[in-house]
Ligand binder design. Structure first.
Ligand SMILES: Nc1nc2c(ncn2[C@@H]2O[C@H](COP(=O)(O)OP(=O)(O)OP(=O)(O)O)[C@@H](O)[C@H]2O)c(=O)[nH]1
Length: 289
């Protein structure tokens, strides 16, 4: 069978997580309109009798400002190492010069396909110009177009990727969807809702840790801790009379229930941990190694 690693790189908000989910046919990576939603390297495994592709979504490439950012960029570097094919994802509405600067710096070893995303949101002329621009770049072996959101072009991209993979044995059992544990995805679903429900800065000061995951007769009991840096942030998360966190819990529970295919009892707690984003021990505890 054709088998190998396809790793997705790009600037924050290019749509990497949306594309990973579209390729995998399953929502594994969380998505929000805010930049830097993805903090880990998230693998999605797609297996048929003809191929196994292991896709990786990586954090958007940025200059680190605190240790959490450094961990995020380490996840990007790890992903550079094992790629059989790199997908360089471009937000077609963006300035191509900025994406180009990021791709140049990656010093890719693997052959790369430049994928123009969000084609649903730009004109044909702009797309034509982008195609010309990226075709001429030295790292680009092909330029393709998709709308990860609408699904346009995703099958053609998948076919192209599979055709370029080496032949070999499957790396993972056929029923495995990811190399990350269920608990991780549950925490991510809570984090996604924080990105969606809270204003600008709150999500960037927040981590989510699932502390308890117990399967009972007819439901799964989950206890998750939301970590923030300051007391004021705790107050914002809770909202007046706990209204905000209640809404957060309800929205997250819905997604978690759909993901697990089971009824869920979700308890959320907020804890203040000053400067956790720069604390090696806490970063490790929260899963950012
Ligand atoms: N119109 C349009 N919007 C898209 C498309 N793909 C993604 N988006 C939107 O772009 C935003 C960012 O998408 P993500 O998938 O979270 O982007 P990302 O590259 O993983 O972002 P980071 O976590 O910052 O690295 C979300 O609001 C998506 O809905 C697309 O094909 N068309």
């Amino acid at each position: 069978m054709q088998t190998g690693f396809v790793n997705i790189f790009g600037r924050p908000n290019a749509g990497k997580s949306t594309l990973l989910n579209a390729l995998a046919g399953e929502k594994l990576a969380i998505v929000s309109p805010k930049v830097q939603t993805t903090r880990h390297r998230i693998k999605a495994i797609l297996t048929t009798d003809k191929y196994q592709v292991i896709f990786s979504d990586t954090p958007g490439i940025i200059d680190p400002q605190y240790k959490l950012h450094e961990r995020m960029m380490q996840a990007v570097r790890n992903s550079l190492e094992d790629a059989d094919i790199a997908v360089l994802l471009v937000d077609s509405g963006d300035d191509p010069v900025e994406a180009d600067a990021v791709f140049e710096k990656l010093r890719l070893k693997a052959p790369a396909i430049v994928v123009l995303n969000k084609t649903d949101a730009v004109s044909a002329e702009k797309l034509e110009a982008l195609k010309k621009f990226f075709t001429a770049r030295p790292y680009s072996s092909k330029v393709m177009e998709v709308s990860a959101l609408k699904g346009t072009g995703v099958q053609a991209l998948l076919d192209e990727l599979v055709s370029r993979l080496p032949e070999g044995e499957a790396y993972f059992p056929e029923d495995e969807m990811s190399d990350l544990p269920t608990k991780f995805f549950v925490g991510e679903m809570v984090r996604e809702k924080i990105y969606q429900l809270y204003a600008e800065e709150i999500p960037y000061h927040t981590a989510v840790v699932v502390q308890e995951f117990k399967e009972k007769a007819d439901l799964i009991k989950i206890r998750a801790e939301i970590v923030v840096q300051r007391e004021t942030q705790k107050g914002i998360l809770l909202g007046e009379g706990g209204q905000k966190i209640k809404a957060l819990g309800m929205a997250a529970r819905k997604d978690i229930e759909a993901f697990l295919g089971s009824k869920v009892f979700l308890e959320l707690f907020v804890k203040v941990r000053p400067k956790w984003r720069d604390n090696d021990l806490l970063l490790k505890e929260y899963g950012y190694e």
